[in-house]
Every structure is written in structure tokens, then in C-alpha cells.
Design a protein. Structure first.
Length: 202
């Protein structure tokens, strides 16, 4: 795959994730909860899509690494004067490299090898990006659950929220004044003794 094709593919992946990662945060809306539920159902599809992209880039990287090894062997033979005579007719080389230090200099500066290395480095960046995308997709169900519970809270569904927290066992404590148990909600949860003191952060 040419470098321009790799770049086009990666740009396409980034554009898709920019669209897929967007959520319209409209609280106090029934449609908001329905949209989050629909988004939750799409998580397996999203994960599969970006996993396929990851595998495509990973496969291309493996192919380039094998190609690089073969190319290094051919370049060594070329610079040592041991390549096929037809190679020198097409691309003459007027000297023979004998020392390993000088061979290293020529190999590191060889344009064909540099081009392959640039592709591999670019793919590494794409794989790093996709790895983070896959982690975010995998965590999305937890994030959606948090968003739905937060919406329930700010919409005034106190009893439902309180009963859910009670099931999780967050009320078996000496609370004091609204001890912040559930940091993931960014608010002070409350127990049966201090329910009236529940406050949102300023």
C-alpha cells in the first residue's frame, strides 16, 4: 500500500470516529435517554468496525516488516557488489562497500529503506490511535450508564435513584453531612439519615 493510501485510510478512520464519538447532551429530554439506549445497542458494531481497521493496519505493518528484511538483504548485496549484474545495469553503483560501519551508513540513508520505515512509523501512530478508540468504545457502556443515571438525578427522580443506590449498599454508613461516596456521579450521595442534605456541587 502506498503512503498516500495509508494516509487516506487513516484520515477516513479519524473522520468516522469524530462522528461516532459525538453525543448530543440534551438533559431533561426523553429523547436523550432513548438516544443513549440506541447508542448502547450500537457498541458491538462500533467495536467490530474499529477492530477491523486495527487488524487491517496491523496486517499491513507485518507485510512491510517482512518486506523491509528482504530489502535490507538485497541492499547489502547491492552495496557489496554481489547483486545480479542486471541490477547494476539498471542502477549502477561505482564502488564496493566492505566495512560494516560504512554499510550501516549507506543502509540508513537508502531511500527505499527509508520509505518503508516511514510507512511503518505512520502505521504505528494509526495503531496507537485505534487502540485508544477501542478502549473508549469498550468503556462506552459504563459511560452511557453513568449519563442515564445522572439524567435521572437532575430530572428529580430521587426515589428511583435512592432505591438504586440502596441496592448497591451505599447507605450502610455514618454519613455526617452528605459524605461523597459516588465520585463517578460528581455529586454528594446521601443515606437514609441525610437524604434531605443532598446537594449538587457549586
Amino acid at each position: 500500500m502506498k503512503f498516500a493510501e495509508l494516509k487516506t485510510l487513516f484520515d477516513n478512520v479519524k473522520a468516522q470516529w469524530q462522528e461516532d464519538s459525538q453525543v448530543d447532551f440534551q438533559f431533561k429530554s426523553k429523547q436523550y435517554t432513548e438516544d443513549l439506549a440506541q447508542l448502547s445497542l450500537g457498541i458491538p458494531y462500533q467495536h467490530n468496525k474499529y477492530l477491523n481497521y486495527y487488524n487491517d493496519f496491523s496486517t499491513e505493518k507485518s507485510a512491510l516488516e517482512f518486506q523491509y528484511r528482504i530489502k535490507v538483504r538485497d541492499k547489502r548485496e547491492y552495496y557489496q557488489g554481489e547483486a545480479d549484474p542486471e541490477v547494476y545495469k539498471e542502477k549502477p553503483f561505482g564502488q564496493t562497500i566492505k566495512t560494516s560501519e560504512k554499510m550501516k551508513v549507506y543502509l540508513e540513508a537508502d531511500e527505499d529503506l527509508i520509505n518503508i520505515e516511514m510507512k511503518i512509523e505512520f502505521i504505528n501512530k494509526a495503531l496507537f490511535y485505534l487502540d485508544n478508540v477501542l478502549k473508549m468504545v469498550s468503556n462506552r457502556s459504563f459511560q452511557i450508564k453513568n449519563a442515564i443515571e445522572w439524567e435521572k438525578f437532575i430530572n428529580g427522580n430521587w426515589d428511583e435513584y435512592f432505591n438504586q443506590e440502596k441496592e448497591w449498599g451505599l447507605h450502610d454508613h455514618q454519613c455526617g453531612a452528605c459524605y461523597p461516596h459516588g465520585v463517578v456521579w460528581l455529586l454528594h450521595l446521601w443515606c437514609a439519615q441525610c437524604k434531605i442534605h443532598a446537594t449538587l456541587p457549586q
